[in-house]
Unconditional design. Structure first.
Length: 325
């Protein structure tokens, strides 16, 4: 029986291979919580946008990224070659966005039969070849409700305003039990009244408590997440923005961050071990005395919503309230 496995990245794919999983195993290499994910007329249109973003953000070759995505999507287009499709994903935001994209693509391809989901409450990459296949006992067949729910949330995520995406929180999605928390966590990347999103606020809070080196700051900030999803490149890019904006909130970075410095041992060490601190502005923003977005430019994406100073959507997680520009 021919089986296709789609999973969250190379580490999980390698573990499944080493464990002896008999299947075509394809990692889904995209961090959809970062950068633009707008509605497009075709999967190719989205691939072009994502490949361009990822090549800039991670300093990769755009042609290679695009080719990898086309090959990945081609496996779904050729789904009839596979008797069974298995989706191996975990509980965090990174994986849940990948999962709903794949379920949407399978729906559009006409594949709803013999699709199963291994939805782990643990991190796949932290398993071993001896333990990862044990997670197969969590396998469930993907049914019509799951396909429909995934399509709805995926489309809402890609809209040019987050209204429908926030509205999805009311549904709960019992058959996709981690999806609601993922939606909520994505919305928390919108600024609150102080102009900070949750990740930025956690960074500033930790620095104010004496976690004053970027390496330990990454670890400590991730420990504040119910389900950690940030990679180091995305995290340090945000930190560098807080340090490099016109009214800096953070000071002391060894250099402006670029993904390539992580490949250089000396630069990487200097960056992650250098001493940083809050500026007076950063301290005032953390205290709620100033609005970060009133002092500095905003340019970030929440799926298909381009959040800027002129399109400043805000989210208050305590009241679950979305505020329009």
């Amino acid at each position: 029986m021919a089986t296709l496995v789609l999973t969250n990245g190379d580490t999980a794919a390698d573990l499944l291979t080493e464990a002896g999983k008999k299947a075509v195993i394809e990692p889904w290499r995209d961090c959809l919580h970062l950068g633009p994910v707008p509605l497009t007329n075709s999967d190719k249109g989205l691939r072009d946008i994502r490949a361009n973003f990822l090549s800039d953000a991670f300093e990769g070759d755009e042609g290679d990224i695009l080719a990898g995505m086309a090959a990945r999507d081609g496996l779904i287009e050729l789904h009839e070659k596979f008797d069974q499709i298995e989706l191996w994903f975990e509980h965090d935001l990174y994986d849940q966005l990948q999962l709903i994209q794949i379920l949407d693509m399978l729906t559009n391809a006409g594949r709803k039969k013999h699709v199963s989901l291994i939805q782990a409450s643990v991190y796949l990459g932290m398993q071993s070849p001896e333990t990862i296949l044990d997670l197969a006992h969590e396998s469930v067949d993907v049914d019509e409700d799951m396909f429909s729910d995934a399509q709805r949330v995926w489309r809402a995520f890609r809209a040019d305003a987050p209204v429908e995406f926030a509205g999805c929180l009311a549904d709960g999605f019992p058959k996709l039990p981690y999806l609601n928390k993922a939606i909520s966590r994505m919305l928390e990347e919108l600024p609150r009244s102080d102009g900070l999103n949750r990740t930025e606020r956690q960074m500033l809070f930790c620095i104010s408590r004496g976690i004053n080196r970027p390496g330990p700051l990454f670890a400590r900030t991730m420990a504040m997440e119910e389900a950690a999803f940030w990679g180091d490149t995305g995290f340090f890019t945000i930190l560098a923005h807080l340090a490099g904006c016109p009214a800096p909130l953070v000071e002391g970075l060894s250099e402006p961050f670029a993904a390539g410095l992580l490949q250089d041992d000396d630069r990487r060490k200097a960056f992650i071990t250098g001493e940083i601190d809050l500026t007076d502005v950063g301290l005032a923003v953390l205290r709620g005395e100033k609005d970060h977005t009133g002092l500095n430019p905003v340019d970030r994406w929440i799926g298909g919503t381009h959040v800027t100073n002129n399109n400043l959507w805000r989210w208050d997680s305590e009241t679950a309230k979305l505020t329009a520009p």
